[in-house]
Ligand binder design. Structure first.
Ligand code: EPU
Length: 350
C-alpha cells in the first residue's frame, strides 16, 4: 500500500506537548479528515507500524527515546448542532477542535453544561477518555455520544454515554486503551440554562445569579492563579496539569490517614464522598509527605502554585520527570499508605 502523502519522519514531539519533553515520532501525520485517519491506520497496520494518537499534548508525556511507529495528531475540525429540543441542544464537535474554544463558543451561544471546564488545555477528542472535569463539572454530565473508529473493524461506530461507562477521571476508553480512536463527541447542552455552582471555591467568589460568561471567566481566573491555564509567561507553564489523580480509598484507609494526620498534627484531612469510597486530595498528601509547592529536583519540580502539578523548568528529560513523580508517589505511600496513580499518559507505553 502507498504511504500517505503527508507522512513525515523523525518529527520532534516535545514542541507538541505542554511539558516540552521527550524524543521524536518515528513517523508522523496530521489527520485532517476521518478518511485520512482511516487510510493512515490501514496503511500503518499493513506495514506493521504501531499507531499512537496525539491530541492537544496537554496530558501526554513523551519518552526520551521518542515513539516508535506512527504518531497521528488529530486535526479534524468542525462544530455543528445536530438536534434541538425545547431546551436542549445537541452539539457535535470533531476531535481536533480546541477544547477552550469549544467552551467559549458554548457559553457565547448560551448553552450551559461545560462553563466550569473553561481554560482546560487540550482538544475535544481527549475529553471523554479521561472524563475531563473541574469545579464540580465533568464531561460525563453532558456527553451523549462519542463517535470513534473501532480498531477491530476499522469502521466508525457511535458509543452511547452508557457504553463509555464514565467514572472519576476514567472511562471505558481508558480502561481498554487501544481499542477505540475518538473522532467526535456529541454534548447535550441546556439552551438558556444556568451555570453550575457547586464547587466551594466558585460559590464563594461568584456574584449572585451569575451568567454563564461570568462563571467561565471566574474559572479561568481561578485556574490562572493555580498555573492551570496555558500562559507563555508563567514559569510553571510546562506541566501536564494534575500529575496524579486524587486517590479514592475505602473508609478504613481514610480513617488510617486521618489517624496519621492527627498524630502529626496536620489538621483536618480534606476528603469528599466518592463513588466506591472517599476521595482524598493528592495535592494535600504530597505537600505533607515532604514535597511542598515549588520543590525542585534539578530541571523538574512542583508548581509553586499547586502541589499536584509536576513542572519541567527546561533542559530536563522525561526520565528525570518520571523519577521525580515516582519519588513523590513513594513518599506518599510511606507516609500515608496511599498509592497515587499517574494521570497523564506516557505515549506509546500506556
Ligand atoms: N490542596 C493542597 N495543596 C495543593 C493543592 C490542593 O493541600 O497544592 C488541597 C486543598 O485542601 C484544596 C483541595 O486540595 O482545597 C482541592 O484543591 P483544588 O481545588 O486545587 O483541586 P484538586 O483536587 O487538587 C482537581 C482536579 C483539577 C481541577 C481542580 C478543580 C484532579 C486530579 N485534579 O484538583 O484538574 O482543575 O480539581 O476542580 O482531579 C487536571 O486534571 O489536570 C486538573 C487541573
Amino acid at each position: 500500500m502507498k504511504a500517505p502523502r503527508d507522512l513525515q519522519r523523525d518529527v520532534p514531539l516535545a514542541p507538541r506537548t505542554t511539558l516540552e519533553l521527550g524524543g521524536p515520532a518515528e513517523l508522523f501525520l496530521e489527520a485532517r479528515s476521518l478518511e485520512a485517519l482511516q487510510a493512515a491506520m490501514r496503511w500503518a497496520e499493513g506495514e506493521g507500524h504501531p499507531v499512537t494518537f496525539l491530541g492537544g499534548g496537554s496530558n501526554a508525556i513523551v519518552p526520551d527515546e521518542g515513539v516508535r511507529g506512527l504518531v497521528v495528531a488529530m486535526a479534524t475540525r468542525g462544530v455543528e448542532v445536530t438536534r434541538k429540543d425545547a431546551d436542549t441542544v445537541h452539539v457535535r464537535a470533531q476531535a481536533g477542535e480546541d477544547w477552550g474554544a469549544f467552551v467559549s463558543r458554548a457559553v457565547g451561544e448560551g448553552w450551559a453544561g461545560v462553563e466550569c471546564l473553561a481554560g482546560i488545555p487540550g482538544q475535544v477528542g481527549s475529553t471523554p477518555i479521561q472524563n475531563v472535569g473541574a469545579y464540580g463539572q465533568d464531561v460525563s454530565h453532558t456527553v451523549v455520544r462519542v463517535g470513534c473508529i473501532d480498531r477491530l473493524s476499522g469502521e466508525r461506530v457511535e458509543r452511547s454515554a452508557e457504553e463509555c461507562a464514565f467514572r472519576y477521571r476514567d472511562s471505558d476508553f481508558k480502561r481498554h486503551p487501544g481499542r477505540f480512536v475518538v473522532t467526535d463527541v456529541t454534548f447535550a447542552l441546556r439552551e438558556g440554562g444556568s451555570p453550575l455552582l457547586t464547587y466551594r471555591e466558585l460559590v464563594e467568589r461568584a456574584p449572585s445569579a451569575p451568567s454563564l460568561e461570568a462563571v467561565r471567566a471566574l474559572v479561568v481566573d481561578l485556574r490562572r492563579a493555580k498555573s492551570m491555564v496555558l500562559d507563555p509567561t508563567d514559569p510553571n507553564r510546562r506541566s501536564a496539569g494534575s500529575f496524579f489523580t486524587n486517590p479514592i480509598v475505602d473508609a478504613e484507609q481514610a480513617a488510617a490517614v486521618a489517624a496519621i494526620a492527627a498524630r502529626r498534627e496536620l489538621g483536618p484531612v480534606p476528603e469528599w464522598p466518592a463513588e466506591g469510597g472517599v476521595k482524598l486530595s493528592a495535592g494535600w498528601l504530597i505537600e505533607r509527605a515532604g514535597f511542598p509547592k515549588g520543590s525542585r529536583r534539578g530541571p523538574v519540580g512542583l508548581s509553586t502554585k499547586h502541589a499536584l502539578a509536576v513542572v519541567h523548568h527546561g533542559g530536563g528529560t522525561t526520565a528525570e520527570l518520571l523519577a521525580f513523580g515516582e519519588a513523590i508517589a513513594a513518599a506518599v505511600r510511606n507516609e500515608f499508605g496511599v498509592t497515587l496513580e499517574r494521570e497523564p499518559r506516557l505515549l506509546g507505553c500506556d
